[in-house]
Write a protein that binds this ligand. Sequence first.
Ligand code: FES
Length: 154
Amino acid sequence: MEESLYREIEEIIEKYREEETPLLCVLQEVQEKFHYLPRNVLGYIAKKMNVPSSTVYGVATFYSFFETNPVGEYVIRVCKSTPCHVQGAFNVLQALKRELGLKEGETSKDGKFTLEVTSCLGVCGVAPAMMINDVTYGNLNDERVREILALYRR
Ligand code: FES
């Protein structure tokens, strides 16, 4: 990792020092920068924050919004929890797989999209739902999936 990246991580850690949950804040912002949380970065965060590496790694792997493997520019997370499931999440996932030519957990060759499934996104009122990075989309069907993907393919 480049020297400047270490400095950036240190600045992020410093920024959240007074927060109630500094580790979560740090991981979130570092992920925004790298798109995922590489192992060596997690190790560096642990060292700098004086937290056991196992704790940092445990937090990074516990929450579905953290990525510990390389991902595409846009990470699509389709909700598969019951309210979305009964409203057609399976069809939404099929439409995404068809449109993107990807299976769950895969990233497109051009590095643009990663397709994942997740549990409740907290917007059950507009089920079935998905997130693309930090934007939530609800009331999905085949047509809406195509329209939404078109926005990201530009
Ligand atoms: S169950 Fe899908 S958003 Fe809650």
